[in-house]
Design a protein around this ligand. Structure first.
Ligand code: B12
Length: 493
């Protein structure tokens, strides 16, 4: 029996579709009884898990399969697993997802996680279940990491990756889907879908690189449209957020997806690189618009050519191209959502100032552009950026207890906590700029923000934006609090 656990990942009430564990559950199918405990829907997930353990048929192995990304999800995963091990030591605990893929040894050293899966999880989980049923050890299960009795951690070699069209559809019928459909700026019933896995680039700040080692596996356009058609017909879905690491890698695939999605009448959102999208033909852009594409999220990262090089962004990426894309999107009526990674060493303040100026240029070209500001937070990978971070004193915790601390929880949110080269003044500078920017250009992603609220925010912040007077914007903080302002990245995009 497998109990899939999706720990709390967002503010209560949001409940994103837990794609990671659903993909695994689909691959398990009816080979094994399984259930799902969703920390976004359950106030006491430990109690829910224990209840499932108590009800499980006796004799067969019971596995808790937990998906973990850094941040709040990690915190709940630690607390629940530690306690479950104390209360129910017979349960085998396996972690997969972004956190254990990057920090495998730390996870296994905890003593309460038995196995960690790196990267795509379907084949390793099936392999682990087969080994447990056969009473065999984990040594032959590809993709699995585990600990020998003497404490040494073993990383089995990875299995071949499975093409997404060879994996089954998600078991939507096992969920109360109405809880996972949300009103957003895209539609009244927005669902999440994941149409491809991986990314062929190796940006030196991005966690995706460790996950797929530059592979990109994509569902065929027929499969994508088939799934979305099912969601439209069965659940009344009218909008889709494609949660792919990069949806747009292949232009012919995008064009065919657009052709097939157009008759379904959905609005959609996806993530793609600036340079890839700038290579697309006008014909493909027109097809995308006809198909209902409303917003595209791109990592613009910085306003500096030099910094893009340090980030190993690859391709043709450049700030000039970012400006071009902002213009192109404006002409096609698609909203660009640009994220930035601020505060890179060795001169984080200069980096911040330059990028804030660059963002003003984007807004002048296309005021509808959404801007997401992250603070550079290292990921464990080879490359000059991480080496520089380590030289300046950055080091990841070596235990899960330390990861659970408030200090590291904040770090995982990529808002600048716990970074040795960032001081309070720089972090404040970023947050103040963000506050003024968000007031002068209120987000389009929050459907609760009325026209009157937008006008008020804009009027009150106009002088600050005009004069570049970002310091101490207390009146804007009060106003944003009063209108319940939510930054786009916190609304689930
Ligand atoms: C959906 C999503 C969310 C959802 C949460 C979904 C949920 N499960 O509840 C929301 C929007 C709430 C969210 C929030 C955040 N997220 Co998020 N999120 C994603 C996103 C877009 C997709 C993840 C997904 O569902 N993929 C689809 C599934 C099928 O793929 P998968 O998760 O990789 O799962 C496969 C394998 O990893 C493995 N696997 C996964 N889990 C398990 C478990 C077991 C037992 C096994 C065996 C295998 C296994 O098998 C799966 C199938 O092959 C990724 C980026 C991306 N495209 O991957 C970012 C991403 C994971 N998020 C990230 C971040 C930083 C955050 C935030 C901290 C952002 C912020 N500043 O607010 C928050 C905090 C969340 C938290 N920590 O609790 C980063 C993680 C960076 C890192 N260093 O690891 C990512 C990689 C985005 C990025 N490019 O930087 N997120």
């Amino acid at each position: 029996m497998i109990i899939f656990f999706n720990p709390l990942s967002t503010t209560p009430g949001k409940q994103p579709l837990p794609l990671s564990v659903l993909s695994l559950a689909a691959a398990i199918g009816d080979r094994e009884p399984w259930c799902l405990v969703d920390g976004n829907r359950t106030a006491d997930p430990l109690a829910a898990i224990v209840a499932q353990v108590v009800a499980a048929p006796p004799g067969a192995p019971i596995v808790l399969a937990v998906t973990v990304m850094p941040g709040p999800q990690l915190t709940q995963a630690i607390r629940v697993c530690r306690q479950l091990r104390a209360e129910r030591p017979e349960v085998t605990i396996v972690w997969g997802g972004y956190f254990p893929t990057q920090h495998t040894d730390t996870v296994l050293r905890s003593g309460y996680v038995d196995y960690a899966v790196r990267s795509q999880g379907e084949a390793p989980l099936r392999g682990l279940m087969a080994a447990l049923h056969a009473g065999a050890g984990p040594a032959d299960v590809a993709g699995l990491s585990w600990r020998r009795a003497d404490g040494t951690v073993v990383h089995n070699p990875p299995p071949p990756m499975i093409a997404l069209d060879d994996l089954p559809d998600l078991p939507y019928e096992r969920l109360e889907m109405r809880h996972y459909l949300h009103p957003t700026c895209l539609g009244r019933r927005t669902v999440a879908h994941h149409s491809s896995f991986g990314c062929p680039f190796a940006c030196s700040f991005c966690a995706v690189v460790a996950m797929t080692n530059r592979r990109w596996l994509a569902q065929s356009p027929a499969r994508v449209a088939g799934v979305i058609r099912h969601l439209v017909e069965r659940y009344g879905v009218d909008a889709v957020q494609m949660h792919d690491m990069d949806f747009f890698i292949s232009e012919p695939r995008t064009a065919e997806c657009a052709e097939r999605l157009a008759p379904l009448g959905v609005h959609w959102w996806a993530l793609g690189r600036v340079d890839t999208l700038m290579r697309y033909s006008d014909r493909t852009f027109r097809q995308m618009v006809r198909s209902g594409l409303k917003m595209v999220f791109s990592g613009a990262e910085t306003g500096s050519e030099q910094t893009l090089l340090a980030m190993n962004k690859g391709g043709q990426a450049s700030p000039a191209l970012t400006l071009e894309l902002a213009r192109r999107m404006r002409d096609y009526g698609i909203i660009p959502e640009f994220s930035f990674v601020l505060g890179l060493p060795p001169d984080p303040l200069e980096d911040v100032v330059r990028t804030c100026e660059f963002i003003r240029r984007i807004k002048a070209i296309n005021p509808a552009t959404e801007i997401i500001l992250y603070t550079y937070t290292p990921v464990p990978m080879d490359g000059s950026l991480y080496a520089e971070a380590a030289r300046l004193g950055f080091a990841f915790p070596q235990t899960l207890d330390e990861w659970e601390s408030d200090r590291w929880r904040q770090n995982a949110l990529r808002r600048g906590a716990n970074i040795p080269w960032m001081d309070d003044a720089i972090t404040r500078r970023i947050r103040n700029f963000e506050r003024v920017l968000n007031a002068f250009y209120p987000t389009r992603t929050d459907p609760r923000l009325t026209g009157a609220m937008r006008t008020l925010l804009r009027m009150v912040s106009g002088w600050r934006y005009g004069l570049r007077c970002y310091a101490a914007p207390y009146e804007l903080r009060a106003l944003q609090w009063a209108v319940g302002y939510q930054r786009p990245e916190t609304t689930g995009f």
